[in-house]
Design a protein around this ligand. Structure first.
Ligand code: NAP
Length: 307
């Protein structure tokens, strides 16, 4: 058997990086495995304006690089490789990868969640240039402008609520004629003067050159098409949590997130769920950081109790 680590972290987004940082600084031996871009969703974000300490914003990729550099300086080992399977109930816990099997006494699962895409032609090209997936992150770019919000769940409603305070006009586009969101949440939207509803509608084409200038909406009942001019579109149709490795071992909620409270503890002792992949009300960099610090502290307690 190879080296036994105190902690293996799966996922190098802000939550995973913070767990590794705090654990390494507490003297634990830490291995962080990241199968994609270090920094996760954060690294794919052009500019981050809501991370404290960086007036004028910081490129997501740069922030991710700094986090990875910092955890390596703290003594954690960062390995760019994909976890293929996990044995969470084993003692020690085992992670199988193409680079071999790694073992640790605790495991922090921080694999994140990906925003769902509409799957339209040009959607990727327009991402960051009119198409967005996080109103809290990018809504401020649309002060005084016209935006479309797609979706009918609680995320779409809270995004529309945020945007109607910033933008000149908000168009909420939903594929059915009733919202999935709770009534109490969308009441204020119905009263807002700058919000219009497009029921039984879905965007089917994106318009523009360098940046988005509009969308074609298709009526889901009649098939009729209309053009809607806009400066930005927020796709708020939910997220897909990366739980395929743990789904059969940990309990998931109805939306597929790992059930874990603020302690980040899961139902399996020594296994912690951190960041966007766990049940939580606000999925942001700062809330993932908080989870990471909490998980490291709880892992330390666990290791002290289980010498
Ligand atoms: P959600 O509840 O799954 O809603 C997704 C919405 O997007 C639905 O209205 C769905 O339409 C629509 N949709 C899905 N795929 C689509 C597509 N391809 N094209 C067009 N529309 C599409 O997701 P969510 O709003 O992100 O919420 C996720 C969970 O977090 C929910 O449990 C929610 O209650 C919770 N949440 C809570 C709060 C809060 O403040 N309490 C805030 C945000 C989220 P249909 O309705 O037709 O299926």
């Amino acid at each position: 058997m190879g080296r036994l680590y105190d902690m293996i972290v799966i996922g190098g987004g802000p939550g995973g990086c913070t767990a590794a940082l705090y654990a390494a600084r507490a003297g634990l031996s830490v291995l962080l495995l990241e199968g994609g871009v270090p920094g996760g969703q954060m690294a794919l974000t052009g500019r981050i304006d809501n991370y404290p300490g960086f007036p004028g914003g910081i490129a997501g990729f740069d922030l991710a690089q700094r986090m990875v550099q910092q955890i390596e300086e703290a003594g954690a080992k960062v390995l760019p490789c994909q976890a293929l399977s996990l044995e969470l109930s084993a003692n020690p816990k085992a992670v199988t990868t193409l680079e071999g099997i790694f073992r640790a006494r605790t495991l922090v699962y921080a694999a994140g969640a990906e925003p769902r895409h509409l799957g339209l032609a040009g959607e990727d090209t327009f991402t960051g240039r009119g198409v967005h997936y996080c109103a809290q992150c990018d809504g401020m770019f649309y002060r005084g402008k016209t935006v479309v919000v797609v979706g009918g769940g609680n995320t779409a409603v809270s995004d529309a609520l945020l945007l109607h305070r910033v933008a000149k006009q908000v168009h909420l586009v939903h594929r059915r004629d009733t919202l999935r969101a709770s009534q109490v949440s969308f009441g204020p939207l119905l009263e807002a003067e700058n919000v219009s509803f497009h029921w039984n509608s879905t965007p089917t084409r994106l318009l523009g050159g360098e940046a988005l200038t509009g969308v074609i909406l298709t009526d889901t009942v009649t098939g009729a098409e209309t053009e809607l001019r806009c400066d930005g579109m927020f796709v708020s149709i939910g997220r897909t949590p990366a739980t395929e490795l743990v789904g059969s071992q940990l309990s998931l909620d109805q939306s597929g997130y790992i059930i874990a409270g603020e302690s980040t503890k899961t139902a399996i002792a020594g296994v912690f769920a951190v960041g966007d992949v766990r049940t939580k009300s606000l999925r942001q960099i700062v809330t993932a950081l908080s989870d990471g610090a909490t998980a490291a502290s709880r892992a330390e307690e666990y290791l002290n109790r289980n010498q």
